[in-house]
Design a protein around this ligand. Structure first.
Ligand code: ADP
Ligand code: MG
Length: 258
């Protein structure tokens, strides 16, 4: 790991300008993320979680403060960052292989090398035999894995996951979260996951960042240390410390207070 953080968010504030006036979505967010870290961000609905990921992806300009990636100020979309949205957003009229190549096509980076890398990912993660299938022939979990591989195919250093599992049913969500975590670890990526699911956040992360209601500010940051022999999200849920983190973060989110 490098001494310098891979991502440095410094006093970031974001406001939306609407016809009704200004909406302050995020206020004075500062956070450093190290290379290889897995960060989960939790917060009430509408507190600015997606706004934060959009800013990290270079899709929204800060109203104040700045975001640095690899010591460079983020000024627009960068290939260093890959975005995995809530729904898999695979195109039905394209095969799995053509879907996986989409990100590379958009970035004009389809070369024999990048194609070989993408094909290797499909093989490594058990999807090679479905290369010529259409998305509707795959289960929801498999489609989500394809969406991840499409994001990985552009070889980003940082993966942003916005409620990436919330469209899946509970059982599938657990399994897909396990797979995704394993793939992210194996490919040595840095990840920032936004979720409203406290258990999911704790089970996957090195640190959990809790945001306040809008305008989202950092309420607390928890370093997660769980005693589990096998470090997979499903197994980590059984760790003795899990409940303590859960209760603590639950209270901080203040979900019952209107
Ligand atoms: P979260 O992902 O935590 O649910 P968002 O980041 O989507 O929250 O939104 C934060 C706040 O900013 C919300 O109140 C939302 O209504 C508002 N907002 C989001 N996008 C826009 C936009 N394009 N224009 C105006 N307001 C927006
Ligand atoms: Mg959101």
């Amino acid at each position: 790991m490098k001494a310098e953080p891979l991502v440095r968010i410094k006093n970031l504030s974001i406001k939306y300008h609407t016809l009704e006036g200004e909406i302050s979505a995020l206020q004075d967010i500062s956070l450093d993320v190290k290379e290889g870290e897995f960060i989960s961000i939790v917060g009430p609905s509408g507190c600015g979680k997606s706004t934060l990921l959009n800013a990290l992806a270079g899709l929204l300009e800060p109203s104040a403060g700045e975001i640095m990636i690899n010591n460079q100020r983020v000024k627009g979309p960068t290939p260093l960052v890959g975005y995995m949205p809530q729904s898999d957003q695979l195109f039905q009229w394209r095969t799995i292989w053509k879907n996986v190549l989409l990100g590379l096509e958009v970035q004009n980076k389809v070369t024999p090398e990048t194609k070989a890398y993408a094909a290797g990912l499909l093989e490594k993660y058990g999807l090679k035999e479905f290369m010529h299938a259409r998305p509707n022939q795959l289960s929801g979990g498999m489609r989500q894995r394809v969406a991840l591989i499409r994001t990985l195919a552009i070889n980003p250093e940082i993966l942003l996951l916005d409620e990436a599992f919330s469209a899946l049913d509970y059982q599938t969500r657990l399994l897909v979260a396990d797979e995704v975590k394993q793939i992210i670890d194996e490919e040595h990526k840095t990840a920032i996951l936004v979720t409203h699911d406290i258990a999911e956040a704790i089970s996957m992360a090195d640190r959990v960042v809790v945001l306040t209601r809008r305008p989202g500010r950092i309420k607390s940051i928890h370093t997660i240390e769980l005693t589990c022999s096998v470090k997979t999200p499903i197994k980590c849920r059984e760790a003795p410390e899990f409940r303590q983190y859960f209760n603590l973060i639950w209270k901080e989110l203040d979900i019952n207070v209107a």
